[in-house]
Write a protein that binds this ligand. Structure first.
Ligand code: ATP
Ligand code: MG
Length: 176
């Protein structure tokens, strides 16, 4: 996955990249994170909104930064409020998922956090930024997922064996 991701145009063309720390058996992006640092990329981790908006903020993360456990048991970087940026400030977000399908529909953990944080992308055909790629194992690819009106589709997905590109993400979403 790491090799596939770092050689992709989406990754090479991105300076600011959102990743995550693995939870509950999700694909582990830490080897990719180390490569991204060595390539001079600025990497960010999602943090919960302290005001409870259920939208994610993203905080710069460098090797050795202090972490604390959030209410879902997921480590987040400790940070001052001014360090937070919204998803729209990033070039690429690599998101965990439970399942995905060939249209780029994504099933997450069910909180709608990525969907809410990226809701502004649903109406964009051009200049989609950030790009949204899933990190997943092939066994997480399913035949078909029913997409809800609020679901933000993936531009692609990196698995342990290949890159999936979902060119029709927006149109499938519109006709869902
Ligand atoms: N843009 C939005 N505005 C308001 N509510 C939203 C939005 N997006 C998602 N939700 C709410 O979040 C709930 C969970 O969404 P969904 O089942 O798509 O989660 P998910 O994509 O699996 O989760 P996650 O992105 O956190 O991994 C939905 O019931 C929906 O009401
Ligand atoms: Mg969703």
């Amino acid at each position: 996955m790491t090799r596939l991701a770092i050689s992709s145009p989406a990754f090479r063309n991105s300076g600011r990249i959102g990743v995550y720390l693995p939870n509950d058996g999700e694909m582990d992006p830490r080897p990719l994170l180390r490569r991204a640092w060595s390539m001079g990329k600025r990497c960010y981790l999602p943090v919960l909104d302290p005001l409870g908006s259920n939208r994610l903020w993203f905080v710069p993360y460098r090797a050795g930064d202090a972490l604390r456990i959030n209410r879902y048991g997921i480590p987040e970087p400790t940070h001052p409020a001014r360090a937070r940026v919204r998803a729209g400030a990033l070039d690429l977000i690599l998101a965990p998922l439970v399942a995905f399908d060939r249209h780029g529909h994504r099933l997450g953990m069910g909180g709608g956090y990525y969907d809410r944080s990226l809701a502004f992308l649903r109406h964009r055909r051009h200049w989609r930024r950030p790009r949204l790629y899933g990190l997943a194992f092939e066994f997480q690819r399913v035949k078909r997922l029913r997409a809800a009106a609020w679901d933000v589709a993936l531009d692609g997905c990196f698995s342990e064996v290949r890159r999936h590109d979902f060119h029709h993400a927006l149109s499938t979403r519109e006709h869902a």
